[in-house]
Design a protein. Sequence first.
Length: 308
Amino acid sequence: MTAAFAWAADGSALIIKGKEGWLFAGWGSLTHVDPAGIDKSVRMIARTNELLASKGIRLEVLMLPDKVHFYESLLPDDRQVSPEVRQRYQLILGKLQQAGIATFDDLAVLRSVQASGKNVFYRTDQHWTQDAADATALATADAIRRDVAQLAGQSGSGTALGDTTKERRYGDLAELFLTPEEKKKIGREIYTIRRQAEGQGLLDDAPAPVHVTGHSMVQPYFGFPQKLSNAIDRPVSLNWKPGNIGPWVMLLEYLESPAFRQHSPQVLVWQMYEPNFNQGPDAAGLWDNASVMPDDEWMQRVTRAINP
């Protein structure tokens, strides 16, 4: 999800330096909502959902909310979130649900985490905490159990959770966008990381009935796929990449892979991100050049991958 570009309808820079050392990514708009772009994305997801359903695969869209929803008060005084952006997550969620796409309100899940006194995001990082990842994984497991009567595989094949450890380092926003002097002033922070249980890997030898595709929020470092596997008591497979790759190419990469052809999952969890949800596969200047393609081409390749 790391980006080396600037895009925002309100002229944001790459980073927003907030109060009390809080940093925010600056490539999503704090004031502008793009309903036409949101509608276009929903239509493409709905068509993908139909194609997957024709093969007996349940699509679950995991919509992650923007960091600013939780720490708006820590933005600088000259940066305000518009009422439209405050409602953007619910707008997207409602349109997905109206289109018959399985999803759930992760903003509400993460507000509960915050209400319990825990941080949802790291101060100098664009990524979520283990507490947030764990809560979302449990909510995802609940959604899977709600929508799928019986997962394939054997009980006891889920990932065993290891002990947690602490790491002290700079967040990615600090590492990427602050000068050495600014980094020293803002300081490192403590990350809670769950170690892998001894003798187990994330990808079990048995075929995984659930696959997760997404960006760096769902990488094993933050604990989401391990917690999901533990919660559903089945293996979970995963493909993800850092950088400004985007959700469209990540899904396409998996659907065109030998892994999908050889063993398609019962459930495909497609992780997306609220601030750039309105940007489709053709969003030149937002995604890495190699990830950009016309919407029609993306849809054609998805169709061929699912129905070869």
